[in-house]
Design a protein around this ligand. Structure first.
Ligand SMILES: NC(=O)c1ccc[n+]([C@@H]2O[C@H](COP(=O)([O-])OP(=O)(O)OC[C@H]3O[C@@H](n4cnc5c(N)ncnc54)[C@H](O)[C@@H]3O)[C@@H](O)[C@H]2O)c1
Length: 247
């Protein structure tokens, strides 16, 4: 049990929801930031029903001033956040030549710039406390590339660079920064990509050494370790959770 306060962006669904539930079960107070405010509140209520402390807030992570207000709200209702999981993400599969400039910018905003904004808004609390943990959820597609997902893979590759640079800058202050690039994890996002024909799940399962698609809880367990005290000597790392597809 830690009694720390963790912000999880995109925590109302899939991987983020599993992370929020796991960090709450481990004793952290959790704040869920999500575009879908009702779903964020519903996950927070379900955590509270199990004895945890959680708040769900409607926030578009591409809106810096909304993020500032939400972080202030977390300080008032829970405590200063010292754990940040940048998990909110989106992908709109599309053949490269059909991608509009707006779609490219939106992908960078949600998948990369939002992580920059959240880190800048929460790091001062971590610095003051002399302890902090940031986990950025990237994607195993940064290892391999992915057809139809170039805006997404480009943004997620940027998340890896952000992670490595912040790890070097803040390591001496007791703050670690790592990234988990998930493989294929069974969530609404993956199901949407499969439905549009950009991923063949049977083929990908066959190619996966452990012989199955990942579960959101696989990512949550790794995240729970990275935000623990025990993981204090791990920073700037990309910890793959992909059933062995990428090594
Ligand atoms: N599922 C996979 O196979 C997989 C693989 C690699 C990486 N990822 C990454 O894992 C993370 C979680 O994905 P998931 O599969 O759980 O997806 P998901 O679609 O189930 O959940 C994503 C959540 O993010 C929220 N969100 C999206 N845009 C937002 C915004 N602008 N502001 C606030 N919240 C927003 C959504 O409302 C949703 O609740 C994403 O960053 C995704 O890129 C997923």
């Amino acid at each position: 049990m830690t009694d720390r306060t963790a912000i999880i962006t995109g925590g109302a669904s899939g991987i983020g929801e599993a992370i929020a539930r796991r960090l709450a079960a481990d004793g952290n107070m959790v704040a869920i930031f999500d575009l879908d405010g009702d779903a964020a509140e519903s996950v927070a209520a379900s955590i509270a029903d199990r004895g945890g402390k959680a708040v769900g807030l409607q926030v578009d992570v591409t809106d810096r001033s909304a993020l500032e207000t939400a972080v202030e709200d977390v300080r008032a209702r829970l405590a200063r956040p010292t754990v940040l999981v940048n998990n909110a993400g989106m992908s709109v599969p599309s053949p490269f030549l059909d991608i509009t400039a707006d779609a490219w910018q939106r992908s960078l905003a949600v998948n990369l710039t939002a992580a920059f904004d959240c880190c800048q808004l929460v790091l001062p609390d971590m610095i003051d406390e002399g302890w902090g943990r940031i986990v950025n959820i990237s994607s195993s597609s940064v290892h391999s590339g992915s057809p139809g997902l170039s805006p997404y893979v480009s943004a997620k590759s940027g998340v890896v660079g952000l992670t490595k640079s912040l790890a070097l800058e803040f390591g001496k202050l007791g703050i670690t920064v790592n990234t988990i690039p998930p493989g294929f994890i069974d969530t609404p996002m993956l199901r949407n990509t499969v439905a549009k024909g950009f991923v063949d799940l049977d083929l990908q399962t066959a190619k996966t050494p452990v012989g199955r698609i990942g579960r959101p809880e696989d990512i949550a367990a790794t995240c729970a370790f990275l935000v623990s005290d025990e993981a204090g000597y791990i920073t700037g790392q990309m910890i793959g959770v992909n059933g062995g597809r990428n090594t």
